[in-house]
Design a protein around this ligand. Structure first.
Ligand code: BDR
Ligand code: CA
Length: 316
């Protein structure tokens, strides 16, 4: 099994991403680091430990990462989207496991050194921990085997502002540091994730399924589905974070994913958090850009929800 580390702001769709990873026999989840975003980094760690305990996976360590962003303070998350506690208000039993004593960025660096060239990193929250890890270990891009992030928008509108996606607008400075580092990044953008939806009938199937996990997920999706009524006109939800997992594991394959240079707007103006993807070489016949190393996923080869449903229903 290949080693994976998940960096997240747990979060309803982060929880789905975690369950997707846990359901895959070919994944060795070596740990989770948390960051503020949907909720605080500490709450995200508590959520993650509870979710892991519910799945019988108290062996997976969790490290609390950055509370504040690089140039901005964490301002309380998005309870109207992810619920008061980040996981749709669902109260899960506390885990008997504590978070690690080391910080999220320290943990990322230690795991990257432990699995040189092999560790598959998936970042599905603001990129603060990754920027801090790069400061601690500038060789991180050589040490990490693969980096997939959920974040940004290339050719479609943003979700947290007219132009910006939530993970990037929370910490645009960190995002720029990560995009500038010398690694190939698979950026799973809103262009791809907004097309992958889980619907009301899926939620009903989860609710009436046997086992503990599927009905719990159905409950967790309540607030999230309500929020998406304002976006899609019906209760459903976009599968942002779990899609990044399925792409990292190779189960879902990008069909349109140009390699481009990405610049992040880190100003305080209306463009803040925009991922400016230089698509000129792709769409206008310009020569490929030198130094382009971000693979921006715009389309994938199949509907992802059926795969996620199988995985959620596979928990005993
Ligand atoms: C991203 O923002 C968060 O709210 C979600 O968990 C996802 O990572 C989508 O824009
Ligand atoms: Ca997230």
């Amino acid at each position: 099994a290949r080693p994976y580390l998940l960096d997240c702001d747990t979060g309803v769709d982060d929880a789905l991403a975690l369950f997707h990873l846990l359901s895959d026999d070919e994944v060795n989840l070596v740990g989770v680091s948390t960051v503020s975003g949907n909720t605080s980094a500490a709450q995200a760690a508590d959520n993650t430990l509870r979710l892991l305990a519910a799945a019988g996976r108290t062996d997976v360590p969790v490290a609390i990462g950055a509370h504040h962003f690089r140039m901005a303070e964490y301002d309380g998350g998005v309870p109207h989207i992810h619920g008061d506690n980040g996981i749709g208000g669902v109260e899960l039993p506390a885990s008997h496991v504590d978070p690690l004593a080391e910080s999220g960025p320290e943990f990322i660096v230690r795991m990257a050194r432990h699995y040189p060239g092999e560790l598959r990193l998936i970042a599905i929250g603001p990129l603060t921990n990754l920027a801090l890890a790069l400061e601690l270990e500038p060789r991180l891009p050589e040490l990490v085997g693969d980096l997939t992030i959920m974040g940004g928008a290339a050719l479609v509108p943003g979700n947290a502002s007219p132009v910006a996606e939530a993970n990037i607008i929370n910490d645009p400075h960190a995002a720029q540091i990560v995009f500038d580092a010398p690694w190939t990044i698979t950026m799973v953008a809103l262009d791809a994730t907004m097309e992958q939806l889980i619907e009301s009938d899926d939620r009903e199937r989860l609710r009436s399924a046997p086992g503990a996990i599927a009905p719990m997920v159905a409950e967790m999706l309540g607030v999230y589905y309500d929020f998406y009524v304002s976006v899609f006109g019906r209760p459903c939800s976009a599968l942002h974070d779990p899609l990044a997992v399925a792409i990292s594991t190779g189960e879902v394959v990008p069909t349109l994913a140009p390699l481009v240079r990405v610049t992040v707007d880190a100003t305080d103006g209306p463009g803040r958090g925009q991922t400016i993807c230089d698509m000129r070489g792709v769409y206008n016949g310009y020569p490929p850009q030198s130094g382009a190393h971000v693979r921006v996923v715009l389309k994938v080869d199949r509907p992802y929800a059926p795969l996620l449903m199988d995985r959620l229903l596979s928990f005993a």
